[in-house]
Design a protein around this ligand. Sequence first.
Ligand SMILES: Cc1cc2nc3c(=O)[nH]c(=O)nc-3n(C[C@H](O)[C@H](O)[C@H](O)COP(=O)(O)OP(=O)(O)OC[C@H]3O[C@@H](n4cnc5c(N)ncnc54)[C@H](O)[C@@H]3O)c2cc1C
Length: 417
Amino acid sequence: MIFEDEFSEIIIVGAGPAGCAASLFLSQKKIKHTIIEKEQFPRDKICGDAISGKVINILNKIDNNIVDEIITNKKIFNPSNGIIFCSPDFTKVEIPFGFEKSNDKKTHGFVAKRLDFDNFLFEKIDKNFCRIIQNCSLVNAEHKKESIAITVNVNKQTYQSNCKILVAADGAHSVVSKKLTNFKIDYRHYSAGMRAYFNGVKNLSKNGFIELIFLKEYLPGYFWIFPLPDGRANVGVGMLSKSIKDKKIDLKKMFEDTIQNNIHIKKRFENSVQETPLLGWGLPMGSKKIKLSGNNLLLCGDAASLIDPFTGEGIAPAMLSGKLASDTIADAILANNFTADFLNRYDEAYYKATRNETKISNILQKLIKYERLFNFVIKKIAKNKELQNIITAMFADIKLRNSFTNPFFYIKLLFKN
Ligand SMILES: Cc1cc2nc3c(=O)[nH]c(=O)nc-3n(C[C@H](O)[C@H](O)[C@H](O)COP(=O)(O)OP(=O)(O)OC[C@H]3O[C@@H](n4cnc5c(N)ncnc54)[C@H](O)[C@@H]3O)c2cc1C
């Protein structure tokens, strides 16, 4: 046994945004716990690196000074002020981000390499309340009568331990969800994404706007260019796994073909340098609602399939779920109740907080499959300030989104001049 003490009753597997958020909020409540992480930080994570205002909102709840640290560290964090949507016929619309009501209006969002952002979060972990074990891989988890028994590998040695609550924050290829739930990849609710870092891409937005380019061949996914500090960019593609399978697509080839041959895009890459290989990873999406808890178990972030199906945003859902998991853990400790029935309040809290935005994202993800409709919508938005404001609100203000859940609301607007 490597751990059997006051820190081992609550174990978090994975120190990505979900695991770090769970840890930081547990420490705020002075609850001792352990994080086990299979890598050694700083570690990379394949991602688009776009970090939205929703994350800023959560960071502010951890510590008011964090956003100041981000703003002043221009080497790592590039402030991002909006989104450029580009339709298959190459109509562009620029949507500036609005501020969340509760935000302190310092920055809308930012783009930062996950190597840096994740390490930044990791270093915030409070070691008074959290024991961190790195290079420690969870290889098995089993339900026992009133606990979960885990098996981990550290330095080629195997150890076992029991915990009252296991927080699965071990990402898209979660071992915990494979062992303790009936999770199976459903290609209709799963995307594949690839990204590479480039230097010297032309015409990057000066205001740090991220670009979502909805090329016909990628629908309902997109090609992206996200501006990083120092004139670099994260360039990538994301596409629904079912479309990849049905159309027998080679995503890597399609990406290369886009950069080399697409008449609108190739000019921007003419003198650029690809600094890293194109690497891929899975995106388990929240378009299919799954059970987030069980006896002694809470699933967070990608391990719980929470990625927004329209935007591909997964960092904010990961951190929100980590926060709500910590609230539930505090309740469970107080009630000394770690049963599935009790922990179900975590499912309720998460799905209540995100119900409306998930509904909108599901609708939008279905709508953008239709190329002509999508061209039409983007043209309308480009001409219609009211629609632009709505989209701005959708990307910034979770509470405001509540008014926009009725599809007829959009349809009416689309027929406005
Ligand atoms: C190509 C691509 C582009 C994306 N772009 C964006 C974007 O621009 N913006 C955005 O918000 N989201 C984006 N996402 C989604 C985002 O990357 C994820 O949703 C997010 O990383 C989820 O955080 P997490 O903490 O749940 O998991 P992760 O960040 O994957 O962290 C999981 C951690 O668990 C550790 N771990 C895994 N297995 C074990 C084990 N067995 N034992 C111990 N530790 C383990 C890992 O080492 C890792 O540190 C993108 C995803 C992809 C694939």
